[in-house]
Write a protein that binds this ligand. Structure first.
Ligand SMILES: [Zn+2]
Length: 459
């Protein structure tokens, strides 16, 4: 049996993310601002803090009574903020039933997530009722989006260890090693601050977490070309050189391209460096990655956490990576194109041919760029038989014509983002079935493991 590597996972919780900004402006949630803020405050107040993942030096007092008191103060502060947030949209809530939506009542996971921390919250006078009303209000806006709310409350409020345990329980029988990617979103949202600052605290916590699961968890640190420079570049170098990070995550839907930034993609909501300056900073990072053999992982589909409308479409195209790779000294960059260009893999030929996905295939089979590859995270349409057949035939035709593509495809899931999709537990098994197809089977070992080993090793 192949011990697979999943090159695309996330094991952070809400303390690593600008929660209000994501719930508000991102295409994934898009809630009214006041509701997003209140829900974010509630969710953050419920998010577990695991003080054992902090170095004593960066966390202050060691775990014990002091940190318990701090945790309690944090809950109290969270409750006060919830009350404040509720005041903003009280009139909306007044017009709504205070009943929990049926799915919350019926769902064991959600109920326990809501009820046990609810008891904690009620110590300070705001009980479960507040939270229930928030969830009910959010559901009213999100419609059929219970799986996304479940992600917020059931997965993303847990401690990092609990998140890793959940991932290993679901996939650990098939997947040996999980690659975790950080996000660094602070500079791209007006309310972008996170509870844990990205560097060095998030990186340190992930290093400790990785030490608790030897051989099973690898971390990529995240890049921010808008923040203070050269500090940001130094932070990435420090994370990779001294703090156990294996590679660097790039997230163009935050509002930047790897190269080719210009007046047409100026970020509309936050102040940003001049386009040439963003290019210059990115080039300095990628130059270092080429010199040191450090792998780069990019989000490559037009969907995701977009910092503004169409930021993915505008910035995440493989075309910008082609331009980067074609610039001087960049051809050897180790680059993995996350999501392999996106859902067009399951579309008609006409849809596929003019998509990011077709560009991804072209880039991965361009002999000038020996270290470019792609992975299939969150592309879960394989669970539908007609779409399964379509991607099987499409991939089969590509590797029949260009066998080299078989050494450029990697298994990735994008768990725990994948948790937002129903049927997520079957993701690995569906891909296993796909690569059992006679044409694809000869690439199976490479897809699930070999290509990832080559991508992840430092040269
Ligand atoms: Zn992801």
């Amino acid at each position: 049996m192949i011990r697979a590597i999943d090159v695309h996972t996330h094991v952070f919780n809400l303390k690593y993310l600008p929660v209000a900004a994501i719930l508000d402006r991102s295409g994934l949630f898009n809630l009214p601002g006041d509701l997003a803020r209140a829900l974010a405050k509630a969710a953050l107040a419920l998010t577990k803090d695991d003080p054992t993942l902090d170095d004593v030096s960066s966390a202050g007092p060691s775990p014990g009574r002091a940190s318990e008191a701090a945790a309690e103060a944090q809950v109290d502060a969270g409750v006060k903020e919830i009350e404040f947030g509720l005041a903003d949209f009280g009139s909306y809530l007044d017009s709504k039933e205070e009943e929990l939506p049926d799915w919350v009542r019926e769902d064991e996971d959600v109920r326990s997530a809501l009820e046990s921390p609810g008891a904690e919250l009620s110590r300070s006078g705001v009980g479960e009722g507040t939270l229930r009303r928030l969830v009910a209000a959010a559901e009213a806006f999100l419609g059929n989006a219970r799986q996304r709310l479940k992600w917020v409350f059931v997965v993303a409020t847990q401690s990092e260890r609990a998140i890793v345990r959940r991932m290993i329980t679901t996939y650990g029988g098939d997947v040996e090693t999980f690659v975790h990617h950080m996000m660094n979103m602070a500079s791209f949202y007006r309310e972008g601050e996170t509870v844990y600052p990205p560097h060095p605290r998030q990186v340190n916590r992930m290093r400790k977490l990785g030490e608790a699961y030897p051989g099973r968890l690898i971390t990529f640190t995240a890049w921010d070309p808008f923040g203070d420079h050269p500090d940001q570049l130094e932070a990435v170098k420090d994370a990779v050189t001294n703090r156990g990070a294996r590679g660097v995550k790039i997230y163009p839907p935050s509002g930047y391209r790897p190269i080719g930034n210009g007046p047409d993609n100026r970020h509309p909501h936050v102040s940003s460096p001049a386009p040439e300056e963003i290019d210059r900073r990115n080039l300095a990072l990628f130059r270092w990655c080429v010199d040191e053999g450090v792998p780069v992982f990019t989000h490559c589909t037009d969907e995701g956490f977009e910092a503004y409308v169409d930021a993915g479409e505008l910035n995440a195209s493989p075309e910008y990576w082609r331009r980067l790779l074609a610039s001087e000294g960049m051809a050897e960059l180790k680059l993995c194109l996350g999501h392999a260009g996106g859902d067009a893999w399951f579309g008609t030929d006409a849809e596929f041919n003019c998509s990011f996905a077709a560009d991804v295939v072209r880039l991965c089979t361009d002999s000038r760029f020996p270290n470019v590859c792609c992975e299939f995270g969150i592309l879960d349409h394989v669970q539908d038989q007609a779409q399964f057949n379509r991607v099987r035939d499409r991939l089969g035709a590509i590797v029949a014509e260009q066998p080299g593509f078989g050494s450029r495809i990697l298994y990735g899931s994008d768990w725990h983002m994948l948790f937002m999709r129903s049927g997520h537990e079957e993701f690995f098994r569906n891909y296993k079935r796909l690569f059992a197809d006679p044409v694809l089977a000869r690439h199976s070992e490479n897809f699930f493991r070999g290509n990832a080993v080559r991508y992840l090793e430092r040269q």
